[in-house]
Design a protein around this ligand. Structure first.
Ligand code: FMN
Ligand code: FE2
Ligand code: FE2
Length: 397
């Protein structure tokens, strides 16, 4: 049975949620599922805006058929060529052989790479500033390169002031009946996953997101329709402000994040002692994670949220404990910057993890690194405590 929702009188959400997929992009855990959003504009012309992942194609076509109600499909706008939104393009073309596929030059280069059907006979190549009049509505297109693929673009409907924003403003999390952000407790139940989605998937491209935000700031927007997660029609400025912070690597919270690895528990004990000292010094809401126990996607997201980070790792075969090393490299790869950080290591015969962690951190931009190093020799001892106090002082700023 179809499951369709009105966004406006003549714009429909025909997305489908997947609550079975374990890993998005085969890497990011999805404990709350994910939605693949797709929209239909029913004007004098009919327009489909993006499609869905192969996994949910059955429900998607049921929705599309219901909304079209016997009419043919005139246009399919392809804002983003990633397969989670494009896997069924060829199936759409088969069902609606006269459909015009709307995209930019890069869209069609990619489409020809992914598919083998006759793309050119369906292609309507648009560029920045071009418009398509569909009757009452006029659709305009703006490029948002590298948010987070080169061909990405947004579509703006000036009639109802709706922005179809591709992956921008998307989030992990299945839609459970409520398709609007104002119908759910977004800040308490969705924001962490929205941050995790942004930081892991788009986080590397802060500069390009800034360019995109400036472009969209020029538009009068009442509704944002992203390709994942809820539709925004209230409180847009609050969410845009989050994007402003994330894309400029500005921390959201004045909070210490403690990230440690530990094999036998001694580095963990050291961090418990340190966190207690931080609390004694007045730090609130300290966030602490064992990097072996929490997926790196959550920890990267926490690193974008918090303004200060402490890294602690045992030495492991003359290197950094692998989970910690992978996490640090992820942070570097995602361009994390502008944080105050302290490092300590542990070793039983030749500790070197600290030096190697510093090396990675020093390759990241605008990192204020505590310049004193500390090594725990197997287990924390009284003579280490003064150094922990030094870290607490440094974290105060
Ligand atoms: C596989 C393995 C490799 C290790 N390699 C080193 C090393 O290269 N240098 C060192 O000083 N200690 C090494 N250690 C010892 C740990 O770093 C050390 O015992 C540390 O105190 C462990 O801290 P933890 O109690 O938090 O796990 C290694 C331990 C393991 C299990
Ligand atoms: Fe994408
Ligand atoms: Fe996507």
């Amino acid at each position: 049975m179809y499951c369709v929702k009105n966004v406006t009188d003549d714009i429909y959400w025909i997305g489908v949620s997947d609550r079975r997929l374990a890993l998005f992009e085969n890497i990011y855990p999805l404990p709350k599922g994910v939605s693949y959003n797709s929209y239909v504009l029913m004007d004098e012309k009919t327009v489909l805006l993006d499609t869905v992942d192969r996994a949910v194609s059955g429900a998607f076509f049921e929705n599309l058929t219901h909304v079209l109600d016997g009419r043919v499909l005139d246009y399919l706008v392809v804002n983003h060529m990633e397969p989670d939104h494009c896997a069924v393009i060829e199936d759409v073309v088969r069902r609606y052989p006269d459909v015009k596929l709307v995209g930019n030059a890069k869209t069609f280069t990619m489409m020809k790479q992914f598919f083998s059907f006759d793309v050119d006979s369906h292609a309507l190549v648009i560029k920045e500033g071009d418009t398509i009049c569909t009757g009452r509505h006029t659709l305009a297109f703006a490029m948002i390169p590298m948010v987070h693929w080169p061909e990405a673009m947004v579509t703006y409907d000036a009639c109802d002031k709706v922005l179809f924003s591709a992956d921008a403003f998307g989030t992990f999390g299945a839609l459970n009946g409520n398709i609007f952000a104002d119908e759910v407790n977004f800040e308490s139940e969705w924001l962490d996953d929205a941050r995790r989605y942004y930081t892991n998937i788009v986080g590397k491209y802060g500069t390009q997101v800034q360019t995109a935000l400036k472009k969209t700031a020029a538009l009068d927007i009442l509704i944002i329709c992203p390709l994942h997660g809820p539709v925004w029609r209230e409180n847009l400025d609050w969410y845009i402000d989050k994007y402003q912070k994330w894309s400029t690597y500005t921390p959201e919270d004045h909070t210490v994040l403690v990230l440690y690895a530990s094999i036998y528990g001694n580095t963990e004990n050291t961090m418990d002692v340190l966190a207690g000292k931080l609390a004694d010094a007045g730090e609130k809401n300290i966030a602490m994670y064992d990097v072996s126990g929490t997926d790196a996607s959550y920890l990267l997201s926490e690193a974008f949220r918090c303004d200060r980070i402490i890294f602690a790792s045992p030495t492991y075969n003359a290197g950094i404990f692998p989970k910690m090393e992978a996490l640090l490299l992820e942070m570097k790869a995602h361009n994390l910057q502008n944080r105050r950080v302290a490092v300590l290591d542990n070793g039983t015969w030749a500790a070197s993890a600290g030096k190697q962690m510093r090396e990675i951190l020093s390759q990241m931009k605008k990192m204020d690194i505590y310049d004193e190093s500390m090594t725990v020799k197997s287990a924390l001892k009284e003579d280490n405590l003064a150094h922990l106090d030094g870290i607490v002082e440094f974290m105060k700023g």
